[in-house]
Design a protein around this ligand. Structure first.
Ligand SMILES: [Zn+2]
Ligand SMILES: [Zn+2]
Length: 179
């Protein structure tokens, strides 16, 4: 993408305890997570507090977006609202020992920090690996390709029922037939 979201943190640099709020659009059009691609028709919204905690600057807040995803079962596109949370530190050098390993670190460059990576990483963990437009989505018939949410077909996969059909599950619950 090559975008940036540079924030001037000079207002908090001089004084321990000083804070500032940032409310900004994130210049991000899409994120790819594995085989899934989430696209954003409008820019995700970043809302964070930047606080001078002495040794480091602490970045906390969230990023909200409406992700356009493709259903992994029926391939229909749908929108999913996602909110990622951000809990990170900003400092000129990588923080040492006492630094909480779970917190991400972003470099302070002069008096600015680029928050694009923080926003992207917070959104990335919220993108589902196998999105479904509806938990009940029936998917696509593997034989004729019809959308089983809208159409019915009479295809019978070779070797019996579809493994995930409700009838196959029901059969497991019944006692085996006597010969
Ligand atoms: Zn679907
Ligand atoms: Zn079919």
């Amino acid at each position: 993408m090559g975008g940036t979201l540079t924030v001037d943190v000079a207002p908090v640099l001089g004084e321990t305890g000083a804070t500032m709020e940032v409310d900004a659009d994130v210049p991000l059009e899409s994120i790819a997570v594995g085989d899934t691609s989430a696209t954003f028709s409008s820019p995700p919204r970043l809302r964070v507090t930047i606080a001078n905690a002495g040794e480091v600057i602490v970045l906390t807040g969230s990023v909200e977006a409406t992700a356009r995803l493709e259903c992994s079962r029926c391939l229909e596109s749908f929108n999913l609202g996602i909110t990622g949370s951000i809990d990170a530190v900003i400092s000129s050098a990588h923080p040492s020992d006492e630094h909480d390993e779970d917190q991400e670190w972003y470099p302070l460059e002069g008096k600015t920090v680029d928050l694009l990576a923080a926003a992207e990483s917070a959104l990335r963990v919220e993108v589902p690996f196998a999105p479904v437009h509806d938990e009940e989505c029936s998917g696509i018939c593997p034989i004729c390709g019809c959308d089983l949410n809208r159409d019915r077909c009479t295809c019978e996969p070779e070797g019996g029922e579809r493994p995930d059909s409700p009838f196959a599950a029901l059969k497991d619950l019944l006692p085996p037939e006597d010969d």
